[in-house]
Design a protein around this ligand. Structure first.
Ligand code: PRX
Length: 651
């Protein structure tokens, strides 16, 4: 929980209020406050009306079939997401409007108009067909943030092949597990990518992963790096992107997709070691992504919009690719890191492209804050009119800094709460309507039935805290966990009954009904806005031959929100020294990827456990964060934590 600068009671007394700037209210896409009531009164009519903004090949017969927890939206409707993102813009005047302004980390620039993107998507869609990909086949995408990445997603959507994007920072083993779980037929990658001037060898990771992926028939590789990243080419399996699109027809008939046909799978961490393949479908998802992009970011025709996330996460899916393109918005796409070649890279880009709307994560804001205000101050940020935050609770101090130093006191901030599973933003201010408070995501969007409940599932009165739940279905909700419908029901739809979606987050509401998100209530960590399960990291650690047992916690961290602290028991005869710490960190990176690298590793002869053998992570967190120990009465052996605490304090 990243509330380090204030206790929660102080948060609820937050008195700083930021009403929408007059100019924003006057011109906002949503300026009528009655929208909330209208949506609540007749949700189906509300969503049906919203869905009219999409282009359907066949109109739906029914808005919703709800057999809890199975929802079907716009039943009988047919559409294609790539048509909604491209064809309808290309037919009209947006044809030559920029869809993406791309900048590579070394500094190259490329502008793709909607017509360019349309052409590339059609060609690559045909190339995939030629490689044997058919409607329903899964395609794994493991790529850097280059234009071919959104092209690949949209081409998959065009031919009805669900994509599964794996973030380029994941290891070969993580990639292998995700490919096998999805049973992908095709993998799309690049020879490598740039990260802080270094080359990340993506294709090499793919080769390592594919040693154990019999389902994969073909690999397409983009030549991003060239000679500096030589790749081994398996002539029967691997094909260069530029060769694959040679001599293919310029037009690919878009597959008429059922509203409930899968659009993509995206893996995210749960409470077990095995990531969950969250499945999103077509009609409801594209409605959620496009509508929220339009309203929350108040998307205007002339906007230059920049979401700094990676397309490997859900934020990039919904708010770099699908939402903005469906709305015909010009988006910035940036390959690299914010501090390369210097710590003002982002602000130089905001000034260069005249960015109007900027969406990033609290962890990035805190890093920028630490680097100092001189970096943004060097650049003209006067084009910015709206700022967004996502991924973890934003502490009021970071919120104020973002507001003052980046938004120059002028730009409303939308703190957006949502999840991979929700598909689109659920709780957020509407910039023309909502008076914001630093650190609060404010209110559920129209049509979103969020509540805070106690252990028994009863709604908690204003002023109290509990579990965040969503009590009615919404169009962009996940439909299942790929290949494991039982886990889907158990994880989300059982805790408070099968009608109620359990988000896994703690939440308080103040007397005015503002929502204050408090972080996860399960064993999921939030490291720099990325979800990781304690179990995932623990099983990576115990995979090391000298580790007997491991317990992992997310320890409060000023920049990352949470950082990984690991408590490790070694096997008889193994020695816990500095070299071993290093080795274990590397082992976790090899197993999962750099995002899972533990910040600290502590060796202990024993771990604190309850009498039934459950590791008490809460006590480990107390120790790691230097607090007095909480209740220890349920411990099997109280001396274990006492020893650990004194050992920890000695450093
Ligand atoms: O704990 C919440 C936190 O991120 C989790 C979802 O992670 P993921 O599926 O990776 O999606 C991240 C981007 C949508 C949530 O359960 N979270 C996300 N946004 C916020 C947040 N916590 C507080 N405030 C937010 N604005």
């Amino acid at each position: 929980m990243n509330r380090s600068d204030q206790p929660i009671e102080a948060l609820l007394d937050e008195e700083r209020l930021f009403p929408p700037p007059e100019e924003c209210s006057r011109s906002a896409n949503i300026a009528d406050p009655d929208i909330y009531q209208r949506a609540a009164k007749d949700p189906e009519a509300y969503w049906a009306q919203a869905a009219e903004s999409l282009e359907w090949m066949r109109k739906w017969d029914r808005v919703l079939d709800w057999n809890p927890p199975i929802a079907q939206w716009f039943v009988g409707g047919k559409l294609n997401v790539s048509v909604n993102c491209l064809d309808r813009h290309v037919r009209g005047w947006r044809r030559n409007k920029a869809a993406f302004i791309w900048e590579g980390e070394p500094g190259e620039e490329r502008v793709l108009t909607f017509a360019d993107l349309y052409r590339e998507v059609n060609r690559f869609a045909n190339a995939m067909k030629r490689l044997g990909v058919q409607k329903g086949d899964r395609v794994t995408i493991y790529m850097p943030m280059i234009p071919e990445l959104p092209i690949a997603l949209l081409a998959c959507a065009r031919i009805g092949a669900p994509h599964s994007v794996v973030f380029g920072g994941f290891s070969a083993e993580s990639l292998r597990d995700r490919i096998n779980d999805a049973q992908s037929k095709l993998v799309i990658t690049a020879d490598g990518s740039y990260r802080r001037g270094q080359i990340v060898p993506l294709k090499r990771n793919v080769d390592a992963a594919l040693k154990d992926c019999p389902c994969v028939e073909k690999v397409v590789m983009v030549r991003r790096i060239g000679d500096a990243a030589p790749v081994a080419v398996d002539e029967t399996r691997d094909v260069w992107w530029h060769r694959a699109v040679e001599n293919v027809p310029a037009w690919c008939e878009p597959e008429p997709m059922d509203s409930e046909d899968p659009l993509f799978i995206l893996y995210t961490s749960g409470t077990t070691a095995k990531p969950k393949g969250i499945l999103h479908t077509t009609g409801g998802y594209i409605l959620g992504a496009s509508l929220t992009h339009k309203w929350v970011f108040d998307a205007k025709e002339e906007d230059v919009y920049w979401c700094s996330a990676d397309i490997g996460w859900v934020t990039g899916h919904s708010y770099i690719v699908y939402g903005p393109l469906a709305n015909g918005t010009t988006g910035v796409l940036y390959e690299g890191s914010p501090d390369w070649p210097d710590k003002d890279r982002w602000w130089a880009m905001v000034a260069k492209y005249g960015v109007n709307v900027f969406y990033t994560a609290p962890t990035a804001i805190r890093a920028v804050m630490k680097w100092g205000e001189s970096y943004p101050a060097k650049h003209d940020l006067s084009t910015l009119r709206l700022l967004g935050s996502v991924g973890e609770p934003i502490n009021p101090e970071a919120w104020m800094w973002y507001h003052e130093k980046i938004g120059q006191g002028r730009c409303p901030i939308v703190d957006t709460w949502w999840q991979t599973e929700t598909g689109s933003i659920m709780i957020s201010p509407l910039p023309g309507l909502t008076t914001t408070k630093p650190g609060s995501a404010t209110f559920p969007l129209p049509g979103i039935d969020a509540d805070v409940v106690d252990e028994a599932g009863n709604s908690v009165p204003l002023g109290g805290g509990g579990y965040l739940v969503l009590k009615s279905p919404w169009p962009s909700m996940a439909r299942t966990i790929y290949g494991d419908p039982k886990r889907y029901e158990e994880t989300y739809w059982q805790r408070f009954g099968k009608n109620v979606y359990f988000a896994g987050d703690g939440c308080k509401r103040d007397e005015e009904g503002y929502f204050w998100l408090l972080g996860r209530v399960d064993d999921v960590m939030n490291i720099s806005g990325h979800r990781l399960s304690t179990m995932e990291v623990e099983s990576a650690l115990v995979d090391h031959q000298e580790v007997a047992e491991a317990a992992v916690i997310g320890k409060k961290d000023d920049i990352k929100g949470e950082a990984i602290a690991a408590f490790v028991t070694l096997k008889e005869g193994a020695e816990g020294n500095a070299g071993k710490v290093d080795e274990l960190k590397k082992h976790v990176v090899r197993k999962i990827g750099p995002i899972a690298r533990p910040q600290s590793v502590y060796f202990t002869a024993e771990l604190p456990k309850t009498r039934s053998g459950k590791i008490m992570r809460r006590l480990l967190r107390d120790i790691a964060e230097g607090r007095a120990l909480g209740d220890t009465t349920t411990l099997a052996d109280a001396t274990v934590v006492a020893k650990l605490k004194s050992q920890y304090e000695e450093g």
